[in-house]
Structures are given as structure tokens and as C-alpha cells.
Ligand binder design. Structure first.
Ligand SMILES: O=C(O)CCC(=O)C(=O)O
Length: 259
């Protein structure tokens, strides 16, 4: 369980880091399996080019995540739908150690959302791209904002290989349309955004560290400038009272109630 102070920190800043939370042997095993799926490009995958080129409406509405129309030599950015891919992935998502913490944060029963962030995220050496400032929730269609993502570092993550950066408290900010570009990324060159971006922070992560962050928290990441792939695991959960809006992509994938 989180202490009262930790819970307050999460609600104030929109994220919390749980150091050395996951078992190292499990982290290594997840990486080994992920590498096989990456090597054989087991669908559904998203490529770097797909990530960059797809429009906001595609990313909001797509329900077929396969990358079949994209070139074979493109770089994989993420393995999607990991809940169904391997029992080990599923075990991490369903592990009971984190459940009371998620329940505390959501103040509700915990439900896994497989429509979003059900992924092994990669940053491949040199050929990956940066991720600009964004809120994950912008493409998700739910009755309210009670969704958080659980990021697991499977190895060291730091600025040069693209560790997540956050703008603390941005999950409570209201952004005007002119602060965002056509894909709802925060405009970096727009003067009123500069003081917001100046508040950014990031923390080096190590194998087994977990970051839980709010679905409205602004975050970004560098490209990977090192010569080693960075591989991480991310999944999203919501409170049971939060429901996906009918006929949306959010409603098109199974949800798993963690009782
Ligand atoms: O690893 C990254 O580049 C950031 C991933 C991310 O923020 C996202 O996909 O929402």
C-alpha cells in the first residue's frame, strides 16, 4: 500500500515512482520474450513511421492495430496487445502486489484496459524518434479521467536512451486549443507554454522500477542516442466506474476486472 504522503504526492504531481518494485528475474524474462516478438515482428505492432505519420483521427479510431500496410524494414516502436501475447506478460499485468496500490490511486476497483497502452515500448538505437509532449488521454474515449498507466523499466532508462519526462501537476491543467498542435501535442515554441514546460522533470529508472502516471499528465521522451535498445512495459488501468464511450476504439477491446 502507499503511505498517505505517497498518495498525496500522486494526486498532486500526477505520478509516483516505486523503486525496485518488480522482480529482476521476471524483468529479464520479459525482455527475452519481447526480443523474440520484436525479431519476428509478431503483429500487432506499431512502427516508428506509423507513429509519426498517423493522424489524430486514425489514432483515436483505429481498431486494427496491425501494421500490414507498412514496409518490412521499418523500426518497431511497440508491440501491442501484450496481455494476450504471453503468459508472463499477463502475469505482470495481473500481479497482485501492485493491485492494492492501483486500487488506492483509483479509489475504485481496478480494471485493465487492453485498448490502450497494452504494450512493450521500445526505443531502438539511433533510429527511434522523440516523443513530443502529450497527454495519453487525448485519444481515449471514457466517461471520466480515472485512468492511470503503469510503466515498468526493464533496464536502465535515462535521458540519452529516452527516459520519460513529466510536467508535474499538468494532469490538473486545462489547455486551450491554441496551446496544442493539430495532433494535440503541446506546442514547444508557443510562448505561454514555455513556463509550463520549464517545470519538467525526469528521473533515471533502473530495472524493476515502476512509474504510475495519470492519463492526463503531460509527458515526453527523447530518441535513443545510445547503441542499445531500450525496452519497457506499459499498461493502463481504470476504475470500474469509468466506462468506455460506446462505438469508440476504447470500447472495442476487452477489459479485465481485477477482483
Ligand atoms: O517511450 C516513449 O517515447 C514515450 C511513450 C509515450 O509517452 C506514449 O506512448 O504515450
Amino acid at each position: 500500500m502507499l503511505t498517505k504522503e505517497q498518495l498525496e504526492t500522486f494526486h498532486r504531481d500526477g505520478f509516483i515512482i516505486l523503486r525496485a518494485f518488480a522482480d529482476f528475474i521476471m524483468c529479464d524474462a520479459i525482455v527475452e520474450i519481447a526480443k523474440i516478438h520484436l525479431k519476428y515482428r509478431i503483429e500487432p505492432i506499431e512502427t516508428e513511421e506509423g507513429y509519426e505519420s498517423h493522424s489524430q483521427s486514425y489514432r483515436t479510431d483505429v481498431v486494427d492495430y496491425r501494421s500490414h500496410d507498412e514496409e518490412e524494414n521499418q523500426i518497431v516502436r511497440r508491440l501491442r496487445q501484450v496481455y494476450e501475447r504471453d503468459i508472463l506478460f499477463r502475469q505482470w499485468i495481473e500481479n497482485e502486489k501492485i493491485r492494492p496500490i492501483l486500487k488506492q490511486i483509483l479509489d475504485d476497483e481496478v480494471v485493465i484496459v487492453t485498448a490502450h497502452h497494452n504494450s512493450i515500448m521500445t526505443k531502438m538505437p539511433q533510429r527511434s524518434t522523440q516523443t513530443r509532449w502529450h497527454q495519453d488521454r487525448r485519444y481515449w474515449r471514457y466517461s471520466d479521467n480515472n485512468l492511470v498507466s503503469v510503466w515498468l523499466a526493464l533496464d536502465d532508462e535515462y535521458s540519452q536512451n529516452g527516459v520519460l519526462e513529466f510536467i508535474p501537476q499538468s494532469h490538473k491543467m486545462v489547455f486551450a486549443p491554441e496551446q496544442l498542435d493539430e495532433k494535440s501535442y503541446l506546442k514547444e515554441e508557443y510562448l505561454p507554454n514555455k513556463s509550463i514546460i520549464d517545470k519538467k522533470c525526469s528521473f533515471e529508472l533502473h530495472k524493476g522500477d515502476v512509474v504510475i502516471f495519470h492519463s492526463l499528465l503531460m509527458h515526453r521522451a527523447n530518441r535513443n542516442e545510445t547503441d542499445r535498445p531500450k525496452i519497457s512495459f506499459v499498461y493502463t488501468v481504470k476504475g470500474s466506474k469509468t466506462y468506455a464511450l460506446e462505438n469508440s476504439r476504447s470500447a472495442s477491446y476487452p477489459e479485465i476486472w481485477l477482483r
